[in-house]
Structures are given as structure tokens and as C-alpha cells.
Design a protein around this ligand. Structure first.
Ligand SMILES: NC(=O)c1ccc[n+]([C@@H]2O[C@H](COP(=O)([O-])OP(=O)(O)OC[C@H]3O[C@@H](n4cnc5c(N)ncnc54)[C@H](OP(=O)(O)O)[C@@H]3O)[C@@H](O)[C@H]2O)c1
Length: 257
């Protein structure tokens, strides 16, 4: 399905990013993975025969280098970019949160996504084909999750970056969508679950504990098949939730199971 394509997955060292990198590689793409933890991305790159690039997405120089190194290594530009890297950020009530941590979370979760798009487009547009998939979250919709201000705000911004960029890119052959994977069994979930209740607040602590205890955390490998289906499609400008996945995309997803 992805033969001849070069993909870059940010935050590809573990969790959802690792699983997306694996499914793209299994279906023919040449894949680079990036993150700050070199040992994790090295393991994934070894596993899939890909490239590992140590990079922090909140630093534009790192992001440009990651795009350039991928192009150099595989001999062609990145044509599939998965903006997956993100952090939870400060978990606390708005009147107690650490404002420097709040800014840092937006630098990673919002600037990091925009940096990736900005650096990848010059390689995608001339070939009139490109796929950008931003990993978003239900936390960015509705009223957001209590005590998760930075995370909720950042994912709302990711949704709007996606919609806005899709309009600009319409007709170019480059599509951009956002994928909301639901609750997934990764370190990010563990981190929130392990936050002291006085910071997480009773409602949020109970909600995340309940995801875990009720068996509502999906396997990242399953979650990744949905991402692959969106990338394989021609959709543009959509925020697609795994739990209300469109029927035509579900058909496409079967190729990746
Ligand atoms: N798990 C869920 O239930 C859930 C639900 C909805 C949405 N999501 C979204 O899914 C995506 C993946 O999350 P996950 O659950 O797989 O989390 P995870 O297990 O914590 O993995 C996050 C990945 O992002 C990387 N990363 C974090 N900060 C980075 C930075 N500044 N620069 C480069 N890489 C960075 C991490 O590596 P390093 O720390 O080594 O850099 C790691 O590889 C995120 O966008 C998240 O918001 C997750």
C-alpha cells in the first residue's frame, strides 16, 4: 500500500507512534522515527529496518534537520508525515498550574506540529502528493478535561491547524487530517493515572482510573491500523475519531489488520 513512499513519525519510539511506524513499514513505506529518547527510537528503527533521528519537535532546527536527514537517507523527500509526538503537560487546576510548563506543553504539542508541516511541505508540494496526519485527542473538544488545561488547549489548536491548513492545501495533492485515537494503553495514560490526586483532581483521576480498570484502553497496534487507513485515503481536512470511524475508511482499514 505504501511502496515507494517515505514516512516520518514523530514520537515513534513507543506507544502509538511506534505502532504507526510499524504498520507503515509493514505495508511498504520506508520509515524514519524521531523522539528525544535515542535508545527507544533505535530499537524501533532496528525492528522495521528504518531510520532513527534524535530530535525535539519543540525546536525548529531539530525539525528541519529531521526532514533533511530523512530525505538524505532515503534519497527522496518525506511524503507521509505523522505528527504524533506530544506531552501531557502540567496536570493541575488552572489557578495552581506552572505557567512555564504550560508554555512548554504548547511548544511541543502545537509548535511541534506546525514546525513539522512547515518543514515537510516544500518536499511534498512539488511532487503533488503528500499525507500529513496529526494525532489529536477528544480532550481538545467540548469542555476539555478538568486539570488538563495545556493538553486540552493544545489538541484544540491541533484540530484548527488541521482544518485551516487543509483549506490552503486543497487541490495540491497534499492532504492533512487529524486522528483522535480514543483511550490507548501507553505511557501517557500511566503518567496521568500516577499523578497525585490533589493535582489531577477527583474527577480526572477517577476518569483515567476507570479507563484502565474497565479495560477501555486500546492496544496501540489496533489504533495504528486506523491511522494507516486515513493515510491511505484521499480525505482532507477532517478530524476522524476511531470510535466513530467512517464506513468507507473501515473497509480500507481491513488491509492493515
Ligand atoms: N494514549 C492515549 O490514550 C491518547 C489518547 C488521545 C491522543 N493521544 C495522542 O497520541 C499521541 C501519542 O501518545 P502516546 O499515548 O503514544 O504517548 P507516549 O507513549 O508518551 O509517547 C509519546 C512519544 O512522543 C515523544 N515525544 C514527547 N515529547 C517530545 C518532543 N518534545 N520531541 C520529540 N518527541 C517527543 C516521546 O518520546 P521522548 O519522550 O523520548 O521524546 C514518545 O516517543 C500523542 O499526540 C497523544 O496526545 C494519546
Amino acid at each position: 500500500m505504501f511502496e515507494g513512499r517515505v514516512a516520518l513519525v514523530t514520537g515513534g519510539g513507543r506507544g502509538i507512534g511506534k505502532a504507526i511506524a510499524q504498520v507503515l513499514a509493514k505495508h511498504g513505506a520506508k520509515v524514519a522515527v524521531s523522539a528525544r529518547s535515542t535508545n527507544e527510537i533505535n530499537r524501533v528503527a532496528d525492528d522495521i529496518g528504518g531510520l532513527a533521528i534524535t530530535a525535539d519537535v519543540s525546536n525548529y532546527g531539530d525539525v528541519q534537520r529531521m526532514i533533511d536527514e530523512t530525505r538524505k537517507h532515503f534519497g527522496q523527500p518525506v511524503d507521509i508525515l505523522v505528527n504524533n509526538a506530544a506531552i501531557v503537560g502540567p496536570v493541575n487546576s488552572v489557578n495552581f498550574l506552572d505557567i512555564a510548563e504550560w508554555v512548554k506543553a504548547l511548544q511541543v504539542n502545537v509548535n511541534g506540529v506546525m514546525y513539522g508541516i512547515y518543514a515537510a511541505l516544500p518536499g511534498m508540494v512539488p511532487s503533488e502528493w503528500g499525507r500529513i496526519l496529526n494525532i489529536t485527542s477528544g480532550a481538545g473538544r467540548g469542555t476539555g478535561i478538568p486539570h488538563l488545561n495545556a493538553y486540552s488547549v493544545s489538541k484544540a489548536a491541533v484540530d484548527m491547524i488541521t482544518r485551516n491548513a487543509a483549506v490552503d492545501l486543497d487541490g495540491s495533492g497534499v492532504t492533512i487530517n487529524a486522528y483522535s485515537p480514543g483511550t490507548v494503553d501507553t505511557e501517557m495514560q500511566t503518567e496521568i493515572r500516577e499523578t497525585p490526586i490533589e493535582q489531577a483532581g477527583g474527577e480526572t483521576a477517577a476518569m483515567f482510573q476507570n479507563f484502565y480498570e474497565s479495560g477501555n484502553l486500546a492496544d496501540p497496534r489496533l489504533v495504528a491500523t486506523y491511522a494507516a487507513a486515513i493515510i491511505a485515503s484521499d480525505r482532507n481536512g477532517e478530524i476522524i475519531d476511531r470510535r466513530s470511524f467512517p464506513a468507507d475508511l473501515e473497509k480500507l482499514r481491513q488491509h492493515f489488520t
